[in-house]
Design a protein around this ligand. Structure first.
Ligand code: TYM
Length: 333
C-alpha cells in the first residue's frame, strides 16, 4: 500500500510565529518521513486582503525559507507555491459549483474578515473555503496538519468531497485535520487575548524572525498576576498559557519546578518569564539565522520551487483529469 497523502499550506501574509510552528510546521516535519507530503505557500489565499504586489515575492520567499529552516526537507516532500499549480484554480472553479452561498456566508473566518474589512468583502473571501478544499482535494489528501482555527474549513472540504462523489461518482477521499499530539492546537497570545497571529496582537505574538532582545522583552510583558493564594489552585487561562509555552520549549525539569512552585504558592512569575524567554531564544535563534541565509539565496529557492512544482503538478494533473471526466468535460475522445 502507498503512503498516506498529506497536504497543508501557509498564507504568505506576514512573519511566521509560534502558532504556525506548533500548529502546523512541527507536524510537517514529523510527517515528512512517514507520509507522501505536499506542503505549499498559499499565495492566492493571501490576495483576499489586497497585499502590496511588491511584497508578495519577499513574503513567499520568506515562508519557504522559514519552512526549510524549521527542518522541512524539500527532497523528501513536495514544497511548492500555490500559484505554480494551475490545476488548483481549475478544481476550485469546479468546486464552486457545488458550494452554496448560505454555507459560505456562515463560515466563521468569512464573518470575521467581513467584520474587519467591511470595504473589501470580495468573492475570493467568500469562496476561501472552496479554494482551500481544492488545495487539499487536488492531491486526494487524507490528512491535513493544521491548527484549531482551520477545523471548520476542513469540515467544509469533507462536505465538498462528499457532494462531488455523490453527484459524479467516487473521486475524493475525505480529508481530516491532523496533529501528532492528537488534539489540534491553538497557541494563545501572550496578553491572554486571542491567539498568536501574523497580523494582529503583534506585541503578544512571538515571531520566528524576532531578535533575542525582542523575544525576551515580549516574554517579560506577558500577562501574570500576584500569584495563587491557595495551594494546588486552578491556573487562570493566561498562566496556563505560559505553562503551555514552557512545555513547548523548556526542559521537563524546568516545567516541573515552576509547576511545583505554583502549587506551593511560591512561584515568582518574573523568574519564570525570564527562564521561558531564554528557552524561547534558544529555540528560535537557530531558525531565524538559517532563514536569513536561505531567504537571500534566490537560485536555491528557485530550484526548490521548480522541484516542488514538478512533483505537485504530476499528482494534481491526474486528479484534475479524473474530475473533468467525471463531470463530463471530456470532449476529444
Ligand atoms: P495560516 O497561514 O493562517 O496559518 C498556517 C498554519 O498555522 C496554523 N496557526 C495556528 N496554530 C495554532 N495556534 C495559532 N495561534 C495559529 N495561528 C495559525 C493554522 O491553523 C495553519 O495550519 N487557510 C490556511 C492556509 C491554507 C491551507 C490550505 C491549510 C490554504 N490552503 C490547505 C491547509 C490545507 C491559513 O490561512 O493558514
Amino acid at each position: 500500500m502507498g503512503k498516506e497523502i498529506v497536504v497543508s499550506g501557509i498564507r504568505s501574509t506576514g512573519f511566521l510565529h509560534l502558532g504556525n510552528y506548533f500548529g502546523a510546521i512541527k507536524n510537517y516535519i514529523d510527517m515528512q518521513e512517514q507520509f507522501n507530503c505536499y506542503f505549499f505557500v498559499a499565495d492566492y489565499h493571501s490576495l483576499t486582503t489586497h497585499p502590496d504586489p511588491t511584497l508578495l515575492k519577499p513574503n513567499v520567499y520568506r515562508v519557504l525559507a522559514e519552512n526549510i529552516a524549521c527542518g522541512l526537507d524539500p527532497e523528501k516532500v513536495a514544497l511548492y507555491v500555490q500559484s505554480d499549480i494551475p490545476e488548483i484554480p481549475e478544481l476550485y472553479l469546479m468546486l464552486n459549483m457545488l458550494a452554496y452561498k448560505g454555507e459560505l456566508e456562515k463560515t466563521a473566518s468569512f464573518k470575521d474578515k467581513a467584520r474587519s474589512q467591511p470595504d473589501n468583502i470580495n468573492a475570493g473571501l467568500l469562496t476561501y473555503p472552496t479554494l482551500m478544499s481544492a488545495d487539499i482535494l487536488i492531491h486526494k489528501a487524507v490528512k491535513v496538519p493544521v491548527g484549531k482555527d482551520q477545523e471548520q474549513h476542513l469540515e467544509m472540504a469533507r462536505n465538498f468531497a462528499q457532494r462531488f462523489n455523490h453527484r459524479y461518482g467516487d473521486t475524493f477521499p475525505e480529508p481530516h485535520p491532523f496533529n501528532f499530539g492528537k488534539e489540534l492546537v491553538k497557541i494563545p497570545s501572550l496578553d491572554g487575548n486571542g491567539k498568536m497571529s501574523k497580523s494582529e496582537n503583534e506585541n503578544a505574538t512571538i515571531y520566528l524572525a524576532d531578535t533575542d532582545d525582542l523575544i525576551l522583552k515580549k516574554m517579560m510583558k506577558a500577562k501574570t498576576d500576584q500569584g495563587p493564594s491557595e495551594q494546588n489552585s486552578t491556573k487562570p487561562d493566561y498562566i496556563e498559557n505560559l505553562f503551555m509555552l514552557m512545555k513547548l520549549v523548556s526542559s521537563q525539569d524546568t516545567i516541573e519546578k515552576y509547576d511545583a512552585d505554583y502549587n506551593n504558592c511560591v512561584i515568582r512569575y518574573g523568574d519564570m518569564k525570564k527562564q521561558l524567554g531564554e528557552d524561547m531564544v534558544n529555540f528560535i535563534k537557530p531558525i531565524r539565522e538559517k532563514t536569513l541565509d536561505i531567504q537571500t539565496n534566490t537560485p536555491y529557492l528557485h530550484k526548490i520551487m521548480k522541484m516542488g512544482q514538478e512533483k505537485a503538478r504530476e499528482s494534481a494533473s491526474k486528479t484534475l483529469d479524473e474530475a473533468r471526466k467525471k463531470m463530463g468535460i471530456n470532449f476529444y475522445c
